[in-house]
Design a protein around this ligand. Structure first.
Ligand code: ATP
Ligand code: MG
Length: 422
C-alpha cells in the first residue's frame, strides 16, 4: 500500500466538523470586520516568494517546495499566503478600488520542515490582509480581529505579545548595534546565524538553536532604537488596544520569521500548545510591495495555524458542536418498501430534510444500528402495512417515542420537530 507523504494528514469525515467549525468562525469574524475572502493559486512563480517573503528567511532558504514545470518555469507551492495576495492586489489593480482593501483567506501552505506535533509539511492557515492604511488604528483593527477570532473559538488561555521592529531608517542603527554585539560570539553560533549576520542580523534573534539563544537573550533591543515616528506609532497601537480591551504584553524579542515586516509585529501564543506555542502571528509590512519592485502601499495582516488551533482547542477542552448526522433515516423492510423509501428520500431532500436510505439491503435491526451510529434523529420505518396505509412509523431516537406519519406529511413533520415547534 502507498502511504501518506511525511508531514501531511488526512482529515477524515468523522473529524471534519472541527475544521468546519474553525473555518466558520474565521469567516464570521473576518466578515464582521468587513473583510472578504480572496482565493489565489496554490502555486506561484518561485521569484514571488524569493522577493516577497525574502531570501534571508528560513522559508525561502530551506523550506520551499520548488520544481520546474514542463515549460521549464520554476514554480513553488505557496509556503504562506501574504505574497500571493500582494501579487493579486497589484495584478488586479485593486489599489484603484475601495481602500483600504481588506481580504481574508483559508488556505493550505507547504513548507519542507521536520514534522512534529503542530509542525507539518502541508498545513492550513486562516489569514487576513489589510492594504492602504498606514495609521495605528489599522494595526489595532487587525489585532482585534485576531483576538475576537481566538475568543470566538472559546479559547481563553492565550497571550498577545507585541513589539515594534521599526522602519528602514531606525533599523540601520540597530543593525550596527547588533553586529557589534554579536561579533565576538560569531564563532560559537550556527552557520545560518553567520549568514544572517551579514544579510540581516535581526533575524539572528529568531534563531531556534539552543547554542545561539544563549547569546540572543542579552542582545540590544530594537525598542531602544526606534525613531520618533515609529515610537509614536507603537504608542498609538498600544493605546488603541488598551481602549479596545485587548490585553497584551510588550515582548522585545519578537522579530517574526519573514523579511517583510516593519513596525508592529505580534504573536498570539498558548501555553496549551506545547512546544509549537505560536498559534497566530502577524504584523505590518509597509515595504512588502517595494520589496517586490512596486510602489509601496502600507499593509498589515496576520496568519493563524489551523492545526495548532485544533491542538489548543483540544488541550483547553473547548466545546465544539458535534456533527449531528442526517435528520432522518428511512428504513425499508422489503423490496417494495425500500423503493418507497428511496422515492420518499428524494421528496424529503427537496423539502430541505437531510436523509439516508438503506443501500446495503440489510435487516431492519442492522439498519437501526447504522442509523444510530450515524446520529440520525429520526428513523422512519416502512414495511408492508405502512405501504398499504401510505404512512411511516417514525421513531424519535432521542426519546424512543414513535408516531404514524403520512408519507406526504413526513417532511413537514420532521421540519417542525427539528425547528422545535412540535
Ligand atoms: P514558527 O516560528 O513556529 O516556525 P513561523 O514564524 O514560521 O512559525 P508564520 O510564517 O508566521 O510562522 O505562519 C503563521 C502561523 O502558521 C504560525 O504562527 C503557526 O501557527 C502556523 N505554522 C507555521 N508553520 C507551520 C507548520 N509547518 N505546520 C503547522 N503550522 C504552521
Ligand atoms: Mg517557521
Amino acid at each position: 500500500m502507498i502511504s501518506i507523504p511525511k508531514g501531511t494528514k488526512d482529515v477524515l469525515p468523522a473529524d471534519v466538523y472541527l475544521w468546519h467549525h474553525i473555518e466558520g468562525k474565521a469567516r464570521e469574524q473576518a466578515e464582521a470586520f468587513g473583510f472578504r475572502e480572496i482565493r489565489t493559486p496554490v502555486f506561484e512563480h518561485t521569484e514571488l516568494f524569493a522577493r516577497g517573503v525574502g531570501d534571508t528567511t528560513d522559508i525561502v532558504n530551506k523550506e520551499m517546495y520548488t520544481f520546474l514545470d514542463k515549460g521549464n518555469r520554476s514554480i513553488t507551492l505557496r509556503p504562506e499566503g501574504t505574497a500571493g495576495v500582494a501579487r493579486a492586489f497589484l495584478e488586479n489593480g485593486l489599489a484603484g478600488g475601495a481602500m483600504p482593501f481588506k481580504a481574508y483567506y483559508l488556505i493550505s501552505a507547504f513548507r519542507y520542515e521536520r514534522p512534529q506535533a503542530g509542525r507539518l509539511r502541508e498545513f492550513h492557515q486562516f489569514g487576513c490582509e489589510l492594504y492602504g492604511a498606514a495609521g495605528a488604528a489599522a494595526d489595532a483593527e487587525v489585532i482585534s480581529l485576531a483576538d475576537s477570532f481566538l475568543r470566538s473559538l472559546g479559547l481563553s488561555r492565550f497571550e498577545l505579545h507585541i513589539n515594534s521592529i521599526g522602519c528602514k531608517t531606525c533599523r540601520a542603527a540597530y543593525h550596527s548595534a547588533l553586529k557589534e554585539y554579536f561579533a565576538p560570539h560569531l564563532g560559537e553560533m550556527c552557520a545560518d546565524c553567520r549568514m544572517r549576520y551579514d544579510k540581516n542580523p535581526m533575524r539572528m534573534l529568531d534563531c531556534k538553536e539552543e547554542g545561539c539563544k544563549r547569546f540572543t537573550a542579552g542582545a540590544p533591543r530594537m525598542l531602544d532604537f526606534l525613531c520618533d515616528d515609529c515610537r509614536a506609532h507603537f504608542e498609538a497601537v498600544k493605546d488603541y488596544l488598551t481602549q479596545a480591551g485587548v490585553a497584551f504584553s510588550v515582548d522585545p524579542s519578537i522579530v517574526r520569521g519573514l523579511d517583510y515586516y516593519s513596525r508592529t509585529v505580534f504573536e498570539f501564543t498558548s501555553a496549551a500548545a506545547g512546544a509549537q506555542g505560536t498559534v497566530l502571528g502577524g504584523g505590518r509590512y509597509d515595504t512588502l510591495l517595494e520589496q517586490m519592485g512596486e510602489k509601496p502601499v502600507p499593509a498589515v495582516g496576520f496568519a493563524a495555524g489551523m492545526e495548532r488551533l485544533l491542538m489548543v482547542m483540544a488541550a483547553e477542552q473547548v466545546a465544539v458542536p458535534p456533527d449531528r448526522g442526517v435528520s432522518c433515516y428511512l428504513a425499508g423492510m422489503d423490496e417494495p418498501s425500500r423503493r418507497q423509501a428511496f422515492l420518499l428520500a428524494a421528496q424529503l431532500r427537496r423539502a430541505g430534510v437531510s436523509c439516508e436510505v438503506d443501500l446495503m439491503e440489510r435487516s431492519l435491526k442492522a439498519q437501526f444500528k447504522y442509523a444510530d451510529k450515524r446520529g440520525a434523529r429520526f428513523v422512519a420505518v416502512i414495511g408492508e402495512r405502512e405501504l398499504e396505509e401510505g404512512a411511516a412509523e417514525v421513531k424519535d431516537m432521542r426519546n424512543s417515542s414513535s408516531e404514524r406519519v403520512k408519507f406526504q406529511s413526513l417532511a413537514q413533520y420532521i421540519n417542525d420537530k427539528e425547528n422545535g415547534h412540535e
